[in-house]
Design a binder for this molecule. Structure first.
Ligand SMILES: [Zn+2]
Length: 382
């Protein structure tokens, strides 16, 4: 692993939002392979690696990816059922609160990971705005984080909102990422990691006020906010801002806990894999997602410990995980290998995979959530 710079104050960077130059490296994962390119299984590498660091701007409080030398082409993964269910819930709550008026127009800034709300919003009687047309409702569901220039991205969305219209923005909460030690959410192509505190400032720059927020359990903490050009915040906004203030969410001490989480995860995974190896268990993985790439790279896991990883996306079969020699197989190949242990690399899929692949457990196999393997001696008290 390359030199780690966590905790260092770095002043040669420029904030993606406010262009401020002072801030702190709060998470440094060293050199990592690009997580968007899955090489063919017979390509022996070595895969190019890039430094992966999170920087917290001390001026505007936006947590962000330091640099991205790649032009990441986001893989279109299979939409998890949890994401689909949450979008139904979210659109329902927004509609109940009166933000979706039939006969008005909607525009969406999509995420490369899927999860469009357009069909659900269409069912509420809204129609799609033309490409160059402003819209009464502008939706961005996990899209904004994928934009390198955050100032330009928020300005574009704000400009798209018609007079009297609303911007609906859904994001994975930074406090959830820190609280749950989800350090491997940091990845190339994901340029920003939001707190409501940072977003309030971000939206104020383009003349918008956050009016209300809804919280969801998705990914351990997802927030949907509604922002408009007028009006004032309701109790849900002031409450969440108060909670974030207590945590000191804009401070490097708090966000920097992610570094301890990363060490604890790598340590815990290595210890567990060593145990399984000495017990003679066949261990396969499930979920060849980009999040898993950083986890395996951080822990330095090889095929000798984790024989293969299954994934529902057929495009990945016959390929291997970047930065490792671990091949990617189909779920049915996983089942027929009769693994004693299946390491689930995407915690939010547990319910889904157990239901989809009942044979694993019927054959005496056990699903293990990778998030449960955090080394106890390194567990971060929060
Ligand atoms: Zn900034």
């Amino acid at each position: 692993m390359s030199q780690i710079h966590q905790g260092r104050t770095v002043s040669h960077l420029s904030c993606r939002l406010c262009r401020g130059a002072s801030g702190t490296i709060v998470l440094d994962l060293g050199e990592q392979p690009a997580c968007d390119h899955f090489p063919s299984a017979d390509d022996s590498g070595a895969d190019p690696t890039y430094p992966l660091q999170m920087w917290l701007c001390s001026a505007c409080g936006l947590a962000q990816l330091v640099d991205d030398p790649t032009d990441a082409e986001e893989p279109r993964g299979v939409e998890p059922a949890a994401l689909v269910a949450q979008s139904v819930d979210a659109v329902g709550r927004v509609a109940s609160a009166g933000w979706l008026r039939p006969g008005t127009k909607v525009a969406e800034y999509g995420s490369p990971h899927g999860g469009s709300w357009l069909d659900l919003i269409g069912e509420r009687g809204l129609t799609l705005a033309g490409d160059d047309e402003v819209a009464d409702v502008v939706v961005d569901c996990f899209g904004l984080m994928h934009w390198r220039d955050q100032a330009a991205a928020i300005a574009e969305r704000a400009d798209r909102v018609a007079p009297g219209g609303v911007l609906l923005l859904q994001y994975h909460e930074l406090r959830a990422i820190v609280r749950q030690g989800q350090w491997n959410m940091l990845r190339l192509g994901h340029y920003a990691y939001y707190s409501l505190t940072a977003l309030v400032g971000m939206l104020a720059r383009v003349g918008f006020t956050v009016r209300t927020v809804w919280s969801f359990d998705l990914y351990g903490g997802t927030v949907l906010l509604a922002a408009t050009r007028d009006g004032s915040p309701d109790g849900s906004v002031t409450r969440l801002l108060g909670e974030e203030r207590q945590l000191e969410i804009d401070q490097p001490d708090y966000v920097g806990r992610l570094q301890d989480s990363a060490s604890a995860s790598a340590h815990g995974l290595n210890a567990w894999l060593a145990e399984q190896k000495s017990a003679g268990h066949l261990v396969l993985g499930y979920g060849a997602a980009s999040r898993a790439v950083a986890m395996l790279a951080m822990a330095g896991v090889a095929r000798t410990e984790l024989t293969a990883i299954a994934d529902a996306s057929q495009a990945k079969w016959g390929r291997r995980m970047p930065g490792t020699d671990i091949p990617i197989i189909s779920p049915s190949d996983l089942v027929s290998a009769h693994p004693e242990r299946v390491l689930l690399l995407l915690s939010d899929l547990m319910t889904e995979v157990r239901a989809d692949l009942p044979t694993v457990e019927a054959d005496g196999g056990t699903w293990i959530d990778v998030a449960s393997l955090v080394g106890t001696e390194h567990k971060v008290a929060q």
